[in-house]
Design a protein around this ligand. Structure first.
Ligand code: GFB
Length: 402
């Protein structure tokens, strides 16, 4: 019988390992929350993610980490990229219970969320673009109508059997007792999964949720790629990361500045109640001259205040015009080189900007806002183009500075 002992021990060990692995994917009796990041591109989705994370925590439900929704030129359907391609899951667990959508769907959905019980949540009826689908007798969320709505849920073969309108409940868990109302109306025993047609969060991100960015850590692949670019491509020494948002969509978006108090991420510099002033066009679309001026001023300031860590280069991230030629010409006399990625990669751009010694971003852009929040969480300095507002300059003086 003695010979059985090691074998038994081995079997027990296997059993413990399997059950603890299963334990990680055990059912959460407090329920789950899932949503489609159906609005905007990365910056918008990241803002919404932080709000949804706070909302899931307030409702004490596990947050199902949605894939990131991406749009490629010439493709009619969005692409869904697993959450953990860009960010690690574990650091988020320090704040609240989360599970990737793939893990939830493959390991738990059959038990927790059978096909016959998949209900989509929206505030009120959403009309379908296909008029024949709108039945006045049966209002619906039409959660899979259009792009990216359909492709998103299709990624995991999810169809909804009916709709639930949750209005007048809302998501502002920081300024009201709404979380308790959600729990009372939708207890997890009866509603194990709340599936939202869009993110249960506001845009831009609420002030209270900005600090949740500290739990978003770049995946190893992006951490290493950023480190490698900085080490291999940039000269030794400090560098300024700059974000130039200047594509045609942005030119059009900036036209709204004149009729708005806030635009996209503008509260990040102006304050949520415009405590630091009203919107003005240069915040959205700084001129090339203003960009060069501010960059030179930043470099000179650092030379004076941190003589031991002089800026040696500039890293430019942009959706359109990187201005590498203009910037190189303007900065050669200062001995500063200008760099960009050889190929477009919005995520690697972000990861590098997060690591720069100094950062100048666009206050209106939620893409810049992601970098700013990440840097805040590390105590790194950030500034914005055209902020604070430059005093009216004499044209000849402005020219001289160039
Ligand atoms: O991220 P996002 O919502 O930021 O959308 P904004 C801008 C997208 O443009 C990014 C690309 O997700 C990237 O795909 N992009 C922007 C960049 N800057 C860069 C960059 O420096 N490098 C690279 N590689 N790609 C607003 C939206 O965009 O734009 C609004 O919030 C609206 O919903 C408006 O669509 C026109 O906040 O800047």
């Amino acid at each position: 019988m003695q010979w059985l002992k090691p074998k038994l021990r081995f079997i027990c060990l296997i059993f413990i390992l399997i059950s603890s692995a299963c334990g990680q994917l055990g059912r959460d009796p407090n329920g789950y929350l899932t949503y489609c990041p159906c609005m905007g591109r990365f910056g918008n989705q990241a803002d919404h993610f932080l709000g949804s994370l706070a909302f899931a925590k307030a409702l004490n439900r596990t947050l199902i980490l949605p894939p990131w929704v991406e749009y490629r030129k010439g493709e009619l359907r969005s692409r869904q990229v697993p959450f953990n391609t860009y960010f690690d899951v574990e650091p988020l667990q320090e704040y609240h219970r989360v599970i990737t959508m793939a893990d939830f769907m493959w390991h738990l959905a059959d038990d927790v969320w059978p096909e016959s019980e998949r209900v989509s949540f929206c505030y009120m009826e959403r009309k379908s673009l296909q008029i024949e689908k709108n039945d006045p007798e049966k209002p619906n969320c039409h959660a899979k109508d259009g792009n990216p709505f359909g492709p998103f849920w299709d990624t995991f073969h999810i169809d909804f059997v009916r709709s639930e309108f949750y209005g007048p409940l809302h998501f502002d868990v920081h300024h009201s007792a709404v979380a308790a109302k959600w729990q009372a109306k939708y207890p997890p025993e009866l509603w194990p999964v709340l599936a939202f047609t869009g993110a249960p969060a506001s845009f831009p991100v609420q002030l209270e949720n900005c600090q949740l960015q500290q739990y978003m850590h770049w995946s190893q692949r992006y951490r290493e790629a950023a480190r490698e670019f900085i080490r291999e491509q940039l000269p030794r020494g400090a560098f300024v990361g700059i974000h130039l948002r200047n594509g045609i969509d942005w030119v059009r978006a900036c036209e709204h500045v004149k009729d708005s108090q806030h635009l996209f991420a503008s509260p990040q510099c102006l304050g949520y109640k415009n405590e630091r002033g009203p919107l003005y066009p240069e915040l959205c679309m700084p001129s090339k001259e203003a960009i060069v001026r501010q960059l030179k001023r930043t470099i000179k300031n650092v030379r004076q205040t941190q003589p031991n860590n002089e800026i040696k280069s500039v890293f430019v991230a942009s959706d359109s015009n990187h201005m590498v030629g203009e910037l190189s010409t303007a900065l050669t006399r200062m001995g500063i080189s200008v760099h960009k990625l050889p190929e477009d990669d919005p995520y690697l751009d972000l990861a590098i900007l997060g690591q720069s010694n100094h950062f100048i971003g666009n206050c209106i852009s939620s893409y810049s806002a992601f970098v700013k929040r990440e840097r805040d969480s590390h105590g790194f300095p950030s500034y914005f183009w055209g902020f604070p507002k430059e005093k009216d300059r004499q044209p000849s003086k402005a020219h001289e500075e160039l």
